[in-house]
Design a protein around this ligand. Structure first.
Ligand SMILES: NC(=O)c1ccc[n+]([C@@H]2O[C@H](COP(=O)([O-])OP(=O)(O)OC[C@H]3O[C@@H](n4cnc5c(N)ncnc54)[C@H](OP(=O)(O)O)[C@@H]3O)[C@@H](O)[C@H]2O)c1
Length: 364
């Protein structure tokens, strides 16, 4: 049976306690110090991934016990060494394909550093993440009757591995596109590429509030460490597809903004009766698209470095989308803030959108 390993890490203290109950009640600085010294370890066996045609694979979660802030703030070589050791552990466990979850691919040149030390294949999973983020955002627009061809779209984290492919795809389909991130020089390079490829009205905006103020649809995929998008940033009726893990959208948005629809990007239903052996916070049978990509490639026996490096190819996005469908993987229903998005919530946002369209007609 083909085999994979997926590298994961805790996103919060809640995750640390879920994975290591002995951490309960300990102060966060102490826990962080302990994590700093902890080696990667095999966290669980994954069983029951089975396609509708009956093909089956097995896998392991390998834990890199570092929090997002540690990935960002500890010395880069130390962090990359930890990720490489975790990937090598996956290889020792028999994996033919290693998937890099969360910040394991944000560091180390999006998988290139890990690829250098492995005898087996590796993927960041970002191609299928792009595919499902776009599928989710477009589906939400359709459900809310928001016409893409009249919309302003903002991509936050636009220069990243995920953000740049999303930006280039959307530029060919929307009249106005806002690109946002922190590095002006990287934004400039991306903007020049997009201007060559499309006729969209392009705006580069490093100020997050200004980038979001006019956006009807937002795709956000930063490696900020989370919670950068505040309630006051968003326009009435905005659709926000939050791909970032940890999420870019603050939890307060759920209470303070009944007029916007936030959906988690990149959530996927896994075929079969999967037992992950680890509670990573989602209902049974759901996982993130980056993990799904690792499983799809393993099912297909495509043991090659698939999505690595920052400049992803849109052909790969289309290819993994086709392979996902063939193997029975599907976009999950909308979720946000750890819960399913209800029909009532969708109708509530739809009525805000209708009211604001009526007001605009009265003014004009
Ligand atoms: N849902 C899923 O299945 C899934 C799968 C894979 C990855 N992810 C998540 O997706 C996110 C992006 O991953 P990636 O591989 O594309 O990362 P990446 O290549 O490192 O790109 C990150 C982007 O975020 C920008 N950024 C970082 N901090 C920022 C801040 N404070 N404000 C605004 N922009 C900021 C970066 O540009 P500057 O540095 O210039 O600001 C860059 O454009 C991560 O959170 C990752 O965990 C989710």
């Amino acid at each position: 049976m083909n085999q994979f390993a997926f590298l994961t890490h805790p996103l919060s203290m809640k995750d640390v306690v879920r994975y290591a109950p002995k951490a309960a009640g300990k102060r966060e600085p102490i826990v962080l110090k302990l994590l700093e010294w902890m080696p990667p370890y095999e966290a669980s066996d994954i069983r029951g991934v089975r396609t509708p045609m009956g093909k089956e694979i097995a896998g392991n979660f390998v834990m890199v016990p570092l929090m997002p802030s540690q990935f960002l703030n500890l010395e880069r070589p130390t962090v990359i060494d930890r990720v490489k050791r975790a990937a090598l552990l996956g290889q020792e466990l028999g994996a033919q394909m290693i998937g890099l979850g969360g910040y394991n691919s944000v560091v180390g040149r999006a998988g290139k550093d890990v690829a250098d030390v492995l005898d087996v294949a590796v993927t960041s999973g970002n191609s299928y993440t792009v595919a499902t983020a776009l599928q989710g955002a477009l589906k939400a627009a359709e459900v809310l009757d928001v016409d893409l061809s009249r919309s302003t779209v903002a991509v936050i984290g636009a220069t990243g591995s995920i953000g740049s492919v999303c930006s280039r795809f959307l530029a060919k389909r929307v009249p106005r596109l806002v690109l946002s991130a922190r590095s002006k020089s990287r934004l400039k390079v991306l903007a020049e590429t997009i201007q060559r490829e499309s006729s969209t009205a392009l705006k580069v905006e490093m100020d997050l509030g200004r980038a979001l103020s006019e956006a009807d649809i937002v795709i956000t995929a930063t490696s900020s460490g989370g919670s950068i998008i505040q309630a006051e940033h968003l326009k009435t009726g905005a659709i926000v597809c939050d791909v970032a893990v940890p999420h870019d959208v603050c939890r307060e948005v759920a209470q303070l903004r009944p007029d916007v629809l936030v959906i988690e990007g990149g959530l996927v239903e896994v075929p079969g009766d999967v037992d992950f052996g680890l509670d990573f916070g989602y209902p049974p049978g759901l996982c993130l698209a980056c993990m799904a990509e690792t499983m799809i490639l393993t099912l297909e026996g495509r043991f090659e470095n698939f999505s690595i490096g920052r400049g992803l190819d849109y052909d790969r996005v289309q290819e993994i989308e086709r392979l996902a469908e063939r193997n029975g993987f599907r976009l999950a229903g909308f979720r946000a803030f750890d819960e399913p998005v209800t029909q009532q919530k969708i109708e509530q946002v739809a009525s805000f959108i209708q009211d604001s369209r009526k007001r605009l007609r009265v003014i004009s």
